[in-house]
Design a binder for this molecule. Sequence first.
Ligand code: NAP
Length: 244
Amino acid sequence: MKTKTILITGASHGIGKAIAARFAAEGFSLVLNCKNDIDILHDYADRLSHTCGIQALAIPGDVSDHDFVREMFARAQATFGGIDVLVNNAGISHVGLLTDLSIDDWNRVIATNLTSVFSCCHEAVPYMVRRKSGCIINISSVWGNVGASCEVAYSASKGGVNSFTKALAKELAPSNITVNAIACGVIDTRMNSCFDAEERASLEKDIPMGRYGEPQEVAALAWQLASAPAYLTGQILTIDGGWQ
Ligand code: NAP
């Protein structure tokens, strides 16, 4: 039987990195992407490939660039023959008042967090449809459900990801392909490194679980989604310690 392949965008840090480790431990071949920390990505792909005895291909580039995404999938498919699990994880945040948000900031957030999801699905789906199987997991946010003050672009991008997920799940269910999203609360990654110790303690007080989530907990949920019955599709699964 062919070894299954997962493609994870934004795998140099945080949640994407943890998802890569989890699927490598399960024997998947990996295609790992990021935009900036290219050396970290290559080292990580090498490390997982040695420690887990799997194949791992690093393809750095900007997922907000549709042409790059097409090249990334062409390379991935030439190496592994197709992607069985796609995790759209790459994302950026932008904090500030709407009135201070430039059109360039808006476009950057929407292109990175939402348009990239369209581009990756566009390239991944034809192979999945031919195989009549596949799993797409979009990493979203609780702000996509309820909106955050001073994060309108980010909230809009994740709200878009949630609607995209539900719509594509309906379109692909007849082909036995699942499409789900994981809406994260506060997860302990670089994205939240802007909070100092006092701000962190105050935020943790508001979270019923009393702490940030770990990237490995999101990775465990991603693995469960990838191994769940195909009837579980079109869902936005929130993992936030009971916060929102
Ligand atoms: P992170 O540690 O900052 O990781 C973000 C990843 O995305 C990095 O690997 C980064 O790689 C990559 N990336 C950013 N822009 C990219 C681009 N244009 N093309 C390719 N890769 C790009 O943050 P994280 O918390 O793990 O975030 C992962 C996902 O979880 C994001 O979608 C985020 O919105 C979502 N999320 C996180 C939280 C949280 O509390 N942490 C909450 C809700 C949702 P390089 O910098 O090396 O390019």
